[in-house]
Design a protein around this ligand. Structure first.
Ligand code: UD1
Ligand code: MG
Length: 446
């Protein structure tokens, strides 16, 4: 495959370091490895993969270690063109880079090293770094940022002329070095020929007793290689995830970014601050999302549809044009037809709702029998009365009506055009329907 930015440039290899444990997340047994933590429907590392993809790298190597079999299984499925190498034991970022580069013994060109825990990363950040490296013909280039208090991040030490001198980890730093505000983002480009010998010479002479990738820069400088430290104008997107506060911050940024993209394309979102739209959701322009609404990964929402306030569309839900899902409605694994409505206090699970059907207040599709999930089909223009329970698998025919609080059993369903009432529901004879005038369903809600 051609494409990406690599065409007219030197060859590019990407090394993604993802072997670390994520110690600061506490870690219970059921916690996935850090890079697989969910971030708006996709793992942290999938965000990284997506930022990298437009670069069109010739080679990608991902280093796994902690819970490698879990990360490998994900990679095999979702990032199958990446090579996987196992780092065992995890002896630091320099060690990880060394074994990754060993997987590409003949590679010559630029090596982009990045950590797997930077979900907010933008392709433009990477391009900025690569362009700077190539324009200045550096042997190594590190992307830096400035924040008032870089906390545990490595500090960039510069000499009297402002040129890069070295990176010192916070735990190894003197008080003066700790006061520096320029930090190492953990994104680097190296000339492969300079990087190989530098990695071979790394020591573990530091507080953690690990091989630090950052020391490779000092070593390259020591042999006369040109090192550039390029400062990013907005380093927020480069911050790695180390603890739960970082996870929340990343989710907040990405969530806002996704809402902004939809709004720029014509989707009306009343309050993006309280709206969660996960990755890969398609919303037609002219749909309206109201506050406190959660829309799961891969949902598709048609033009003129309305969702919320306080609605939850779980992953993969489809709302056809003009469908309306209102407050305290959960929709899972379902398709809601054009102009159909479910506006209050309802659960639609594994349901197909036909066009222009009306689902009243407090309707429940009882889709789970304790072992398996079953489908509910609600025909076009059906009217489901308030409090109806549809025990799946069950079908309501076109234009069928259920009375308030009806319980529809699988074997019965609702015949086309019929009105059913009661528990379990029985078909209301045509005579009674005529006498009542109004069908019981009309007591429900619209
Ligand atoms: C690292 C940098 C620090 C920088 C910070 C930015 C070093 C020595 N320090 O510190 O200067 O400011 O990132 O976030 O590089 N990993 C492995 N194998 C290992 C160790 C780590 O693959 O043996 C991976 C981790 O999974 C993680 C990344 O490398 O994705 C960074 O490791 P981490 O331990 O988080 O480094 P920091 O202490 O944050
Ligand atoms: Mg880190």
């Amino acid at each position: 495959m051609t494409g990406g930015d690599a065409d007219h440039k030197r060859a590019l290899a990407v090394l993604v370091l993802a072997a670390g444990k994520g110690t600061r997340l506490g870690g219970g047994d059921d916690l996935p490895p850090k890079v697989l933590l969910d971030c708006l429907g996709i793992p942290l590392i999938e965000h990284v993969r997506r930022a990298l993809a437009p670069l069109g790298a010739a080679e990608t190597v991902v280093v796994t270690g902690y819970q490698a079999e879990v990360v490998d299984a994900w990679l095999e499925d979702a990032w199958s063109d990446a090579r996987r190498v196992l780092q065992e034991p995890q002896n630091g970022t320099g060690h990880a880079t060394r074994i990754a580069l060993d997987a590409l013994p003949d590679f010559d060109g630029d090596v982009l090293v990045i950590y797997g825990d930077v979900p907010q990363l933008l392709t433009d950040d990477l391009r900025h770094l690569l362009d700077a490296h190539r324009d200045r013909e550096a042997a190594a280039t590190v992307l830096t940022g400035v924040v008032p208090e870089p906390g545990l991040l490595g500090r960039i030490v510069r000499d009297a002329n402002g040129a890069f001198a070295r990176i010192v980890e916070a735990r190894d730093a003197t008080p003066d070095e700790l006061a520096l505000t320029e930090f190492n983002t953990g994104l680097y480009v190296f000339d492969a020929a300079a990087l190989r010998p530098a990695l071979a010479g790394l020591t573990t002479d530091n507080d953690q007793g690990e091989e630090y990738l950052t020391d490779a820069l000092t070593s390259i400088a020591g042999t006369g290689g040109r090192i550039e430290a390029v400062c990013s104008a907005d380093p927020r997107s480069l911050l790695g995830v180390n603890d739960w506060a970082d996870v929340a911050a990343a989710v907040a940024t990405l969530r806002r970014r996704i809402c902004d993209e939809h709004m720029r394309r014509g989707v009306r979102i009343t309050d993006p601050d309280t709206t969660v739209i996960e990755a890969d959701v398609e919303i037609a322009p002219d749909a309206h999302v109201y506050p406190f609404t959660h829309i799961g990964i891969g949902c598709r929402i048609g033009a003129g549809a309305k969702v919320g306030p306080f609605a939850r569309l779980r992953g993969g839900t489809v709302l056809e044009p003009g469908a309306e899902i209102g407050n305290f409605v959960e929709v899972k694994g379902s398709t809601v037809g054009a102009g159909a409505k479910a506006k209050h206090l309802t659960y639609l699970g594994d349901a197909q709702v036909g066009a222009k059907a009306n689902v009243g207040c407090g309707v429940v599709t009882a889709n789970y029998d304790g072992k398996r999930k079953h489908q509910t089909v609600i025909g076009p223009e059906a009217s489901i009365g308030s409090g109806t329970i549809l025990v799946a698998p069950v079908e309501v025919g076109r234009g069928g009506t259920t009375g308030a609080n009806a319980v529809i059993l699988p074997k019965d369903g609702v015949p086309e055009g019929a009105t059913v009432v009661g528990v379990p529901a029985r078909v209301l004879p045509a005579k009674e329907q005529a006498e009542d005038g109004d069908s019981p369903a009309k007591e429900g809600s619209g």
